[in-house]
Design a protein around this ligand. Sequence first.
Ligand code: HEC
Length: 175
Amino acid sequence: MNSFEINKIITAILVTILVVFGIGKLSNIIFDKEDKNIIAYKVEAPEGLEVQASAEASIDISALLAIGDIAHGEKQFKKCKACHSIKQGGGNKIGPKLWNVMFRPVGAITDYKYSKALSTYGKEWSWEEMNGFLIKPSTWIKGNKMGFAGLKNEKDRASVLLYLNQNSDNPKTLP
Ligand code: HEC
């Protein structure tokens, strides 16, 4: 074996190590190892008002909803569309179908496989719950698998609440 061949062998080993290591890193980025669910991508919320989810529990919902606008909510809902249908008769996508979601129990779609966090939450989607969840889904219901950062901006969020309410058999009158 001459030194040229030894060089080739060493190079081959180094390349193999690099490739294996590289793929490992990459899949760590693409797949969320903690949770076995695949989160292919996260949608980031736009820059906006930072609100503490906990402080939001005692929010004045009617004042919040008053700054909302359904047409603006429909535009904002584009951020949700990759994962959710909203129209009547729409199906589940990455996330559950959202027609009629307001005031139904959390995790109620029977042909959708929710995380344990959502299926055992035991509350309904009141204005307060939906508002808190949409500020920052990951902290409002710990361990849920919705890969969405949240809607920090109050007008955006209020508008989405109105839009969700509107897409229902029986939209509620505003508080
Ligand atoms: C990257 C995909 C993704 C995006 C973007 C996303 N969601 Fe979700 N959503 C999910 C998944 C997945 C779940 C199920 C979570 C679980 O089971 O833990 C979910 C659950 C929900 C639920 C609970 C429904 C129920 O039946 O209890 C609501 C409400 C919701 N999403 C609203 C929204 C809204 C509004 C937006 C946009 C502002 C949005 N989502 C953006 C993936 C997404």
